[in-house]
Design a protein around this ligand. Structure first.
Ligand SMILES: [Zn+2]
Length: 453
C-alpha cells in the first residue's frame, strides 16, 4: 500500500495522469476513484482513521494537536495517543509479517511482527525511529541520515524546498524497496509526506485556479515533474511483484487552492463571545494569558478548520458557562456562524458540526463546535488583531493549499475485481478491504466497506 499524503484526484486521475504511466496501468487493471477523507480531513487523524477503521471522535484525534484536561492549550499527538489496533496489529496477530513505513503517528516506534519506521512527527536527535532498533543503523548505513520530513516547508526558499522534497521522497522509496526485497513482508505500507509538503509550498504556482496563480511562472512545471517522479518510484517499487500481490495507492485527503482564511477569534471578539484583558496592540497569535476568562464564553483554535471551545464551568480552568447553558450557547453561536459575511458583506458558506452528534463516540477532548469555512476554501485564522474578517494569506507562513475532501483510491492486482472507476469509496474502507484481501475476519466495531469482495 503506497500512501501519497495529500495526493489530489484532480491531479492523479486528471492533469498529471499522462505523466504517470505506472499509476495509469494500475488504474487500467484495477478499481479506482476518489476517496472521501475523514472529518476533519487532516493528516494525523486521517491516516489513523484509514488504518484503524475508526472515526476521529472514537480515536480522540481532532487535529495534529489536541487538548488535555486542565489546560486550555493543545499538545502535539504522538503514537501513544492511538489506543486502538491498526491494520498491522491485526495482520501480525494472524501470523503475517508486516512493515508499516513512515505512517503518521508511528512515533515512538512500537513492536510489530516485522519492521516499522516512524513517520513525519519523529523529532530527530537520539529518539528511536525504527522497530527493531537495529534497523536504524542498517538503514542509515545504506541510505544516509533519515529524513522523516522536510524542514520549514512554509518558507519562500522554494528551490531549497523542492530539492529537499525530491531527496526525501527518493530516500523513502529506496527504504521501502529495500524492506520489501530484504525482509519480504506480507503486508507493507508506506506514506510519502513529500506530496503534502509539495502542495503546501507550490500549489499557487501549479494550479491555474488559484487566485494568485501567474501563468508561465518558473515553478509551473514542477507539479508534473514531481508527480512523474512519484510514478517512477511506484513503478520501481512494484516491479517484479508476483500475480498474487495487490497494490493500493491511496491518499488521506486531497488539496485545493487556499483563498485565504477567516479570522475566527477576531470575529468571536467582535460578537462578544471572547474578551481580552487589554486592547490588542499588534496582530499575532491569541495568547491565552491575555484572555479575560471571566468575560469569555468561547475561543477557537485555527487551522484547516476552526475548533471552537466553550468556557464551561467545571471543565475549563476559569470556566463561567454553567453546564445547563451549554446547549443554548451552542445553538446561538451556531446560528451566528451560519449567517457569516465577509468584509464586503458577501455571505460565507459555513459548515458547523457538533462532534457529539457527528461521531460514533467522542473520546479525548472534542471541540464544542467544528467549523469549516467555504468548503475548506478558507482556513481558520486563529490570530487576533487582524482588523479584518477574511485575510487572503495564511497566518502561519506562506501557503497556497488547503486540504480537499477527496483523496485517491486505487487497487489493482491479485484476484481483486477490476471495476474501473468507482464512486463512494471512503477512508474507512481501507482497513476492512486490506483485512479482506488477507482473508482476515472483520473485527467488530470498525467502519467501512470491503472492496476486495
Ligand atoms: Zn495529509
Amino acid at each position: 500500500m503506497i500512501g501519497l499524503d495529500c495526493a489530489a484526484p484532480e491531479l492523479v486521475f486528471g492533469r498529471y495522469l499522462g505523466s504517470m504511466p505506472n499509476v495509469a496501468r494500475l488504474m487500467d487493471q484495477g478499481t479506482w476513484g476518489p476517496m472521501r477523507s475523514s472529518e476533519p480531513p487532516i493528516t494525523v487523524p486521517a491516516w489513523t482513521c484509514m488504518v484503524s477503521g475508526r472515526d476521529a471522535g472514537e480515536l480522540g484525534l481532532y487535529g495534529f494537536r489536541n487538548r488535555i484536561v486542565g489546560e486550555t492549550g493543545l499538545r502535539l499527538a504522538t503514537g501513544a495517543d492511538v489506543r486502538v489496533k491498526r491494520l498491522w496489529d491485526w495482520l501480525g496477530e494472524q501470523g503475517l509479517r508486516v512493515a508499516p513505513l513512515f505512517v503518521p503517528l508511528t512515533f515512538p516506534p512500537t513492536p510489530v511482527r516485522g519492521q516499522l519506521v516512524s513517520g513525519f512527527l519523529y523529532p530527530g536527535g537520539d529518539e528511536p525511529w525504527c522497530f527493531p532498533r537495529g534497523l536504524e543503523a542498517d538503514l542509515e548505513g545504506r541510505f544516509g541520515r533519515y529524513q522523516a520530513d522536510v524542514d520549514d516547508f512554509r518558507s519562500d526558499d522554494l528551490d531549497r524546498i523542492y530539492r529537499d522534497i525530491v531527496a526525501m521522497t527518493e530516500q523513502h522509496f529506496e527504504i521501502a524497496r529495500f524492506i520489501w526485497n530484504e525482509h519480504e513482508p506480507d503486508f507493507m505500507m508506506m506514506v510519502e509526506i513529500g506530496v503534502d509538503r509539495f502542495h503546501h509550498a507550490f500549489w499557487r504556482y501549479i494550479d491555474p485556479e488559484h487566485p494568485r496563480h501567474e501563468s508561465g511562472n518558473s515553478f509551473e512545471g514542477l507539479g508534473r515533474d514531481y508527480y512523474a517522479r512519484l510514478d517512477d518510484h511506484i513503478g520501481r517499487l512494484c516491479a517484479g511483484l508476483d500475480d498474487d500481490s495487490v497494490v493500493l495507492v491511496v491518499s488521506d485527503h486531497g488539496a485545493r487552492a487556499m483563498h485565504g482564511g477567516f479570522c475566527i477569534n477576531d470575529w468571536l471578539i467582535e460578537r462578544g463571545y471572547l474578551a481580552l484583558r487589554k486592547p490588542i496592540e499588534q496582530t499575532g497569535r491569541l495568547s491565552h494569558d491575555e484572555i479575560d476568562w471571566g468575560r469569555t464564553k468561547a475561543w477557537a483554535e485555527g487551522g484547516y478548520y476552526a475548533r471552537v471551545f466553550f468556557n464551561v464551568a467545571g471543565r475549563e480552568p476559569a470556566g463561567i458557562i454553567p453546564g445547563a447553558k451549554v446547549a443554548a450557547l451552542r445553538a446561538g453561536l451556531r446560528k451566528d456562524l451560519e449567517a457569516l459575511h465577509d468584509d464586503d458583506g458577501a455571505p460565507i458558506p459555513v459548515q458547523v458540526r457538533v462532534p457529539q452528534e457527528y461521531y460514533l463516540q467522542t473520546r479525548g477532548f472534542p471541540p464544542d463546535l467544528m467549523v469549516y469555512f467555504d468548503d475548506l476554501k478558507l482556513r481558520a485564522i486563529g490570530s487576533v488583531g487582524t482588523g479584518r474578517r477574511v485575510l487572503t494569506e495564511n497566518d502561519t507562513g506562506p501557503d497556497g493549499c488547503n486540504h480537499g475532501w477527496n483523496g485517491i483510491f486505487i487497487m489493482s492486482g491479485g484476484k481483486v475485481t477490476r471495476r474501473g472507476r468507482v464512486e463512494g469509496a471512503e477512508i474507512y474502507d481501507i482497513t476492512p478491504t486490506v483485512l479482506g484481501l488477507f482473508g482476515v475476519e472483520r473485527p467488530p466495531g470498525i467502519l467501512g466497506r470491503d472492496w476486495s469482495r
